[in-house]
Design a protein around this ligand. Structure first.
Ligand code: KET
Length: 409
């Protein structure tokens, strides 16, 4: 027998591609010159190119020219400045929780890594192992939480017939959750639906959760992308912190600073009192050390450079707003193009939904049809990344949607 046939791995079956990142794999294989990737949530310019923010380039030049900088390991918890500034960014410059030293922040590997560290910490140290996630939600959520040993359940969130929030369903499901359960909340710009609760609904959610001691775990991957304002987009999180209760927050700088591949994010745990915080931090270090020892230095240094310099911070907010505004323009262009073409159906949700994505309502057969016939790629649930669209590609997408809803049931 030849050695080659004897692999100890020969029983291993081929795993399916990731439902989101696999869309890019399929797109890359397509040879068509008109192909369009609306799968992954990654910002593109009007020319369809990835964007590095000017302020990020500026920060990088400063870092490169600073000869005092070295490549030593960061502490397990990451860059101290970055952590402080990240907490301020999400909880607000004047957050009492921050000034009372009740907040622990650790630098992690982007949003996913922050969720992962938070999930592992809860799996080890929190008394209730049930986490409720919205239905639907980002496809990686159930995987991250299950691996951490949490039991994943869902709460109703989206109503396909109204294309809006199923608020009654949400209240009922959280109302029936066992006391102490963890609840995953999208801080803003819910992915994939683009539907957020109103401020009044957030208040009701908060009151219900506090009454039942449900623990909020915020996923904040789009701060600044919903409204164009960093403060407005952190409003829900800040209200939960303002009531004095506890919560977790996972922040990502992938989208709002365009640092996708730098993998920079932060996990914060807001505690009730300053004596608990250092103990929580000490245990977070025990979670992180065997996972990856310490986080990378470059991306966090970029963020810290920008956040601590008033002028650069302002520049960032202008560039961020420009990205958010371009997405809103794409919503309007696509909506009017479908309307003008007389495409069957009500498409007003395209302009009503918030953030990077439109949850189109197209079904998986229609999605398949559009990839095959029009070389347009999106996730099979019909989510399109509006950030991947430009004025030049709106007509092609319009034609594809029109053909899909006219020909495929
Ligand atoms: N949370 C949400 C809600 C989210 O949409 C993403 C990424 C992340 C966390 C993690 O991002 P990170 O790059 O780890 O900071 N979403 C886009 C990319 C992906 O799936 O990885 C997406 O939904 O297309």
């Amino acid at each position: 027998m030849s050695i080659a046939n004897d692999s100890v791995f020969s029983h291993i079956v081929h795993a399916p591609e990731d439902p989101i990142l696999g869309v890019t794999v399929a797109y890359n294989k397509d040879q068509s010159p008109v192909k369009l990737n609306l799968g992954v949530g990654a910002y593109r310019t009007e020319e369809g190119k990835p964007l590095v923010l000017n302020v990020v380039r500026k920060a990088e030049r400063l870092l490169v020219d600073d000869n005092s900088r070295v490549k030593e390991y960061l502490p397990i918890t990451g860059l101290a400045d970055f952590n402080k500034l990240s907490a301020k960014l999400i909880f607000g410059a004047n957050s009492p929780a921050v000034s009372e030293n009740r907040v622990v922040t650790v630098q992690c590997l982007s949003g996913t890594g922050s969720l992962k560290v938070g999930a592992s910490f809860l799996g080890r140290h929190y008394h209730q192992k049930i986490i409720y996630i919205p239905l639907p939600t980002w496809g990686n959520h159930p995987k991250v939480f299950t691996i951490a040993g949490l039991s994943v359940k869902s709460y109703r969130y989206y109503n396909p017939s109204t294309r809006g929030l199923d608020f009654q369903g949400l209240l009922e499901d959280l109302g029936n959750a066992p006391n102490g359960s963890i609840v995953l909340l999208h801080a803003c710009a819910h992915n994939p639906t683009g539907v957020d609760p109103t401020p009044h609904q957030w208040d009701q959610i908060r009151q219900l959760m506090r009454a039942k001691a449900l623990l909020p775990f915020f996923d904040s991957a789009y701060q600044g992308f919903a409204s164009g304002s960093l403060d407005a987009d952190a409003d829900a999180v800040r209200k939960f912190v303002a009531d004095g209760g506890e919560c977790l927050a996972a922040q990502s700088y992938a989208k709002n600073m365009g640092l996708y591949g730098e993998r920079v994010g932060a996990l914060s745990i807001v505690c009730k009192s300053a004596d608990v915080a250092p103990r929580v931090e000490s245990q977070l270090k025990l979670v992180i050390r065997p996972m990856y020892s310490s986080p990378p230095i470059h991306g966090a240094s970029i963020v810290a450079t920008i956040l601590k310099n008033e002028e650069m911070y302002r520049e960032w907010t202008v560039e961020l707003k420009a990205m958010a505004d371009r997405i809103i323009r794409m919503r309007q262009q696509l909506f009017y193009a479908l309307k003008d073409k007389g495409t069957p159906g009500d498409w007003s949700h395209i302009v009503k939904q918030i953030g990077m994505f439109t949850f189109t309502g197209l079904n998986s057969k229609q999605v398949e049809f559009m990839a095959k016939e029009y070389h347009i790629y999106m996730t099979s649930d019909g989510r399109i990344s509006m950030a991947g669209l430009s004025s030049k590609t709106v007509p092609h997408l319009t034609e594809a949607i029109h053909a899909a809803v006219s020909n495929v049931a």
